[in-house]
Design a protein around this ligand. Structure first.
Ligand SMILES: Nc1nc2c(ncn2[C@@H]2O[C@H](COP(=O)(O)OP(=O)(O)O)[C@@H](O)[C@H]2O)c(=O)[nH]1
Ligand SMILES: [Mg+2]
Length: 241
């Protein structure tokens, strides 16, 4: 998190992590597509011919909360391929929240697991733990054959702490819900640490609603948060502390 007191601007870094080709870039493309032009900057992607992210993608989103504080989200992806380990380590540095994009196909389970362990290791390099990091898990590619069943994922989700979402990023399904869940967790953690709501007279609930609206989802926030199929979205809720 970066705070610019003079311009009352807060910058939050969110990282979409996961194995190669799980749909991280596609998530950002889908967000870019639904975002109101005023809220979204240019999506910067740098890809090779075979669809693979070479370095990272970056999507800047900006929201102003009743004039009190501008919140800039910098959404990054990482390159998933094993050879880009050092890039991933660099990109997760100073992340405020992470969306782990898993590939739902059964034969990708091993890659998901390896990438998750790689995430843990990279956080560790920066002195961070998975436990401290606001994190959601998205099972993407639900439209493909041979995916792990809804029941299987619900079972997995019930065991873990992290909120779990189902998605078809190519059709924009579950993409905004995942982002809102991540932002909710991330803001709660930042607020617990820095007392942002109080310091800036910031209404984080109204803010989330505004973000959802500008991302083309006008549903009430509690309803959007319910898209989560397991895990605990309220673990870091500021009312609790
Ligand atoms: N069928 C299907 N294909 C997807 C979905 N999400 C992404 N893809 C495809 O999977 C490939 C890799 O996606 P990409 O976003 O580049 O993966 P990344 O390596 O995680 O950034 C691309 O061809 C996408 O069109 C999805 O939900 N369903
Ligand atoms: Mg990519």
């Amino acid at each position: 998190m970066q705070l610019d007191f003079v311009n009352r601007e807060l910058t939050i870094k969110l990282v979409y992590y996961g194995p190669a080709l799980s749909g991280k870039t596609t998530n950002l493309q889908a967000l870019h597509k639904v975002a109101e032009p005023g809220a979204s900057g240019r999506l910067m992607t740098l890809e090779t011919k075979d669809d693979r992210t070479l370095f990272f993608d970056l999507l800047p989103l900006t929201f102003r909360n009743q004039g009190s504080l501008a919140v800039r989200l910098k959404v990054f992806t990482v390159p998933g391929q094993v050879i880009h380990a050092s890039t991933r380590r660099l990109v997760v540095q100073n992340a405020d929240g992470i969306a782990f994009i898993a590939d739902s196909r059964s034969n990708e389970t091993q890659h998901n697991t390896e990438s998750f362990m790689d995430l843990r290791e990279n956080l560790k390099q920066h002195g961070l733990t998975l436990k401290q990091m606001p994190l959601i898990i998205q099972f993407n590619k639900r439209d493909m054959p041979d995916v792990r069943s809804d029941a299987e994922i619900a079972e997995l989700a019930s065991k873990g702490r992290e909120p779990v979402y189902l998605a078809v990023a190519t059709r924009g399904i579950g993409v905004v819900e995942s982002m809102i869940g991540l932002l909710h967790l991330t803001w709660s953690a930042l607020d617990a640490e820095h007392d942002l709501n109080k310091k800036f007279g910031f209404d984080s609930k109204a803010f989330l609603g505004q973000v959802a609206q500008k991302l083309g989802n006008p549903k009430p926030i509690p309803e959007i948060l319910q898209a989560c199929v397991g895990g605990a979205l309220d673990v870091l809720r500021p009312e609790a502390g």
